[in-house]
Design a protein. Structure first.
Lengths: 160, 506
């Protein structure tokens, strides 16, 4: 198993993106990718390192202009504390735009503060997960979330 | 109708004075009237008596010689006296001898008998004065003169008198009233002004007005002076109060601003703790785990042990952060009270503790607990911390006995959690509820030193009290009260009992 650099996993052309992972912390990013590794989704993860990148990708602007709507991710894993545009803003924007409104968003963050949980649910988050400190639990939790949202769950088709 | 005591002081004074002078005048007039009446009557009697004497003296010979004509002549002289109605000369036997009558008609009444030993008698009766007098000749009575006189003159005089009295009364009362008005103004004006000032003070709550002072050195003058002095003092006190209140308000505003700033800082701090402090721990854990997974076979057993310690340390740190955040959260939030059955709360906690106490021999003895108004989430945390503590410190006991119940303490019902665990030295009882204070070594009993501080904070938030009793190796008992507990019990017994039944299910 070779440790991967930050943004090493990029969706190939014409291949649907499974997960958009929005994470600024490189170590957390690596741990999350490792946890998801081994699943059938490992090659189809797009990584955004801040809120701006995430929105550029989802709204197909900037570097992502011209990306087809069919390649919208089936799940957004979103950290709350992010540079430039924070997670709450990203979530608000996702829910405001028709082309991203129906994408399931799971918040994956350190905090278990009620105000964070309440705020994100008010903005229409689908799930809120606190990153466990324990590494075994961490891996299990991330795996379980990926399994549930990508395998068990049936998302609506993205409307053009 | 207004009662006398509700009249204004002006009216009271007027009424009193008019009444007093009226009564005095009236009494004087009545006295004079009575005296006048007595004088009039005695004068009338005197006049009639003289007339009777004259008639008697002039008619003695007529009687002696039985000359009725002469007697009637004598009587007719009475024509000159306008008040005489009729008169008669009677023989000793009482037979009329000669009669005189004013006007026509009438009859000659029989003369009333002369009281024994008297020569003259008179009566006032039937608006008439009647007088009889013996006619005496050479010391012997030979007949009687009888004269009836009307009281018209006297009555006329009396009517006149009453008229005069009425005139005098009205003139003098009017004069008295006018005089009174003049004096009264001087006497009552300061009182009225004082009353008006007092009214303004009480109505407008302004203490800057003053009652106009008088030069009088009487009681009213003193009262006004004292009242004004009082107003001066109140005004001064008011001003002082105002100043200190403004100061206080300013200080409160300043402190509030400071507190707000501190609170914001604290918020930012806890936010940062919640988000940032856990991440490095996660990384330490994650990557030391990765080390074992990836390079496990190449590692010395000693190295693995070190890695395990790193793992334990980070886990303890994670628990500490969680506990501290929870403590901080409780400090910020107000408890949301609702009727809660403590028994069901304890059962929930016992279910949660099942994994933790697996394989242990613990006898849980749960007594009857009340329904209380409390924040169920927070109260559950209280029981969770107390019960898991009890389970932890009874670990060397087989069986461990943990009692949960209610007991009367100094007249108040309090809840308790008792265990037969290792206990502690009461010398350190005051350190029990401090943050990070621990009475046991970490290798004996794990913990962060935040649990009991959290419990105490929750109890205090509910307006209650918590304390403990213990003996080393005998066990510990934690008591706690909630001020709202008694309310809850009263309500449970009251007519709203059914409402509490709903509360039980929540």
């Amino acid at each position: 198993m070779v440790p991967r650099e930050g943004r090493t996993v990029t969706a190939r052309e014409h291949e649907a993106i499974e997960i958009l992972l929005v994470e600024d912390d490189p170590l957390d990013l690596e741990m999350t990718l490792r946890a998801l590794d081994g699943d059938r989704v490992n090659n189809r993860i797009e990584v955004a390192r801040d809120g701006e990148e995430a929105l550029d990708f989802l709204l197909r602007r900037g570097a992502h202009t011209g990306r087809s709507l069919e390649s919208q991710p089936k799940l957004v894993l979103l950290d709350l504390k992010l540079p430039k545009i924070d997670g709450l803003e990203v979530l608000r924007e996702i829910r405001a735009r028709p082309e991203t409104r129906t994408i399931p968003v799971v918040v994956l963050t350190s905090s278990a503060e009620q105000r964070d949980i309440v705020e994100t649910y008010k903005l229409g988050v689908n799930s809120y997960i606190q990153k466990p400190v324990d590494s075994v639990q961490f891996r299990q939790t991330v795996k379980a979330a990926g399994f549930y949202w990508l395998v068990v769950n049936r998302p609506p088709l993205v409307e053009a | 109708m207004l009662k006398f005591r509700d009249y204004s002081i002006k009216k009271k004074l007027t009424l009193m004075n008019m009444l007093v002078s009226g009564v005095t005048l009236l009494l004087a007039c009545v006295a004079f009237g009575v005296y006048e009446l007595a004088t009039l009557r005695s004068n009338m009697v005197k006049t009639l008596s003289i007339q009777a004497q004259m008639v008697g003296a002039n008619s003695a010979s007529a009687l002696l010689f039985n000359d009725a004509k002469s007697g009637e002549n004598t009587l007719s002289a009475l024509k000159a006296a306008p008040t005489v109605l009729s008169s008669g000369i009677y023989t000793l036997a009482g037979e009329p001898f000669a009669v005189y009558r004013r006007g026509a008609g009438g009859f000659v009444p029989p003369i009333p008998p002369m009281p024994a030993g008297q020569t003259e008698e008179h009566w006032f009766a039937d608006k008439e004065l009647k007088l009889i007098r013996s006619i005496v000749f050479q010391g012997k009575p030979i007949g009687t003169v009888y004269i009836r006189s009307d009281l018209q003159e006297m009555n006329h005089r009396l009517v006149q008198y009453v008229g005069i009295v009425a005139a005098v009364l009205s003139v003098s009362l009017t004069a008295a009233f006018l005089l009174l008005m003049a004096f009264q103004r001087a006497a009552t004006r300061p009182i009225l002004q004082l009353a008006e000032t007092a009214r303004i003070v009480s109505r407008e709550k302004t203490y800057s007005v003053r009652a106009p002072s008088t030069d009088n050195h009487d009681e009213v003058g003193l009262l006004i002076e004292a009242f004004n002095e009082m107003l001066v003092q109140i005004q001064a006190r008011d001003a002082a109060l105002q100043t200190s209140q403004e100061e206080l308000e300013q200080r409160v505003t300043q402190r509030t601003a400071e507190l707000d700033a501190t609170n914001k800082e604290l918020e930012a701090f806890t936010y940062s703790v919640a988000h940032d402090l856990r991440a490095p721990l996660r990384h330490i854990q994650g990557f030391s785990n990765l080390l074992v997974e990836s390079f496990g076979p190449q590692l010395e057993p000693e190295a693995k042990k070190h890695l395990q310690r790193i793992g334990e340390g980070t886990q303890q740190m994670g628990r500490l952060i969680d506990d501290l955040l929870s403590l901080a959260r409780i400090g910020r939030q107000e408890p949301r009270l609702q009727a809660t059955g403590l028994n069901s709360l304890v059962q929930e906690v016992l279910r949660d503790l099942k994994t933790e106490t697996e394989g242990r021999d613990i006898q849980w003895q749960v007594g009857d607990l009340p329904f209380v108004d409390c924040d169920p989430g927070l109260m559950k945390q209280v029981f969770y911390n107390l019960l898991s503590n009890a389970a932890k410190y009874t670990r060397p006991r087989k069986p461990a006995v943990i009692d949960i119940g209610q007991v009367s303490w100094e007249g108040q019902l309090v809840n308790f959690v008792r265990d037969n665990g290792v206990g502690f030295n009461m010398k350190y009882a005051d350190k029990l509820f401090g943050v990070f204070q621990r009475l046991h070594r970490k290798e004996d009993f794990e913990g962060t030193g935040v649990g009991l501080a959290t419990v105490q904070r929750i109890i205090h938030k509910h307006g209650g009290r918590i304390w403990a009793e213990a003996e080393i190796d005998k066990g510990a008992t934690f008591f706690f009260s909630l001020t709202s507990q008694n309310d809850g019990r009263q309500r449970a017994n009251g007519p709203e009992g059914g409402k509490n039944g709903d509360g039980k299910r929540t």
